[in-house]
Write a protein that binds this ligand. Structure first.
Ligand SMILES: O=C(O)[C@H](O)[C@@H](O)[C@H](O)[C@H](O)COP(=O)(O)O
Length: 262
């Protein structure tokens, strides 16, 4: 069952997501000594990090950052999801003397961005190193790792990560990280977490703002329309959260909360 938080404005969403991440990371660090989190791209990094990066009491030195999907472009490219998170979180934290250690930031290999299949295999290997988990030389990941938190956006077509409606990748069960060369959302060449990894997470939080998301949100949350990849996100042993603003939530029948509580 998802917890849906419908906040008045984008600023309120940022504050709620910041508080969520502060509490979720404190809990993970107390339990396991670290917090593993995967970011999506698009508008998510700005919304998710705007309040978070100035919050006191968050031990960022214990954070391990991954990406839910990444474009196969140079890391300083305007399209890079790494660049977005660097600008919205990593660089401001470093400037404030609260840097996340670089070895704990698992970005796509810059040298491999021209070859999505190689980039995906390399990323999966580094996830396995960082998170543990079996998987033979075939590149299969074994049982999916349990990230503490996966932060997701949704596209108008209900895609999430770089998992798009009707795409064969939606049914990928062996790989943790897969290449895509025909993303309907440009740029076409990307790597993405697969659904088993998303659904193995302890917490999955969608962040969606703006009236443009209202119908997609209704189809996902109220109708759970399986044609929409985001509607297939159902953490097996974890919790699912939605952080949305009023314009995005205005057609929802599902009960929503107007303030955040973990
Ligand atoms: O790399 C990407 O494109 C994203 O990870 C993608 O899944 C994004 O989250 C959605 O397309 C929503 O994007 P917006 O929040 O910008 O609408």
């Amino acid at each position: 069952m998802a917890k849906v938080f419908a906040l008045e404005s984008g600023e309120d969403v940022s504050r709620a997501v910041g508080e969520f991440l502060a509490q979720a990371s404190a809990e993970a660090i107390a339990r396991a000594g670290r917090f593993t989190v995967a970011f999506s791209g698009g508008s998510l990094p700005a919304v998710a990090c705007r309040a978070l990066r100035t919050m006191d009491g968050v031990d960022f030195s214990r954070w391990h950052v991954f990406w839910a999907d990444e474009r196969c472009v140079p890391l300083d490219d305007a399209e890079s999801n790494f660049r977005l998170v660097r600008e919205e979180l990593l660089a401001p934290l470093a400037a404030a003397g609260r840097a996340i250690p670089d070895a704990q930031v698992v970005r796509i290999a810059a040298a491999l961005v021209a070859d999505p299949a190689a980039a995906a295999a390399d990323y999966q290997r580094r996830m396995q190193q960082a998170l543990g988990g079996g998987g033979g030389d075939s590149g299969e990941g074994g049982s999916a790792p349990a990230l503490d938190c996966v932060l997701l956006g949704i596209g108008p077509d209900g895609h999430t990560c770089s998992l798009f409606p009707g795409h064969p990748l939606l049914d990928e069960r062996a790989l943790w990280v897969a290449p895509i060369e025909d993303s309907p959302k440009p740029p076409p060449r990307r790597i993405t977490l697969t659904m088993p990894v998303v659904n193995a997470a302890r917490r999955v939080a969608f962040v969606a703002t703006g009236a443009g998301k209202r119908d997609t949100l209704r189809r996902i949350i109220d109708l759970r329309d399986p044609a929409l990849p985001a509607a297939r996100v159902a953490p097996a042993d974890g919790c699912l959260y939605w952080f949305v603003d009023r314009p995005a939530a205005q057609d929802l029948a599902t009960p929503t909360a107007s303030s955040f509580s973990l």
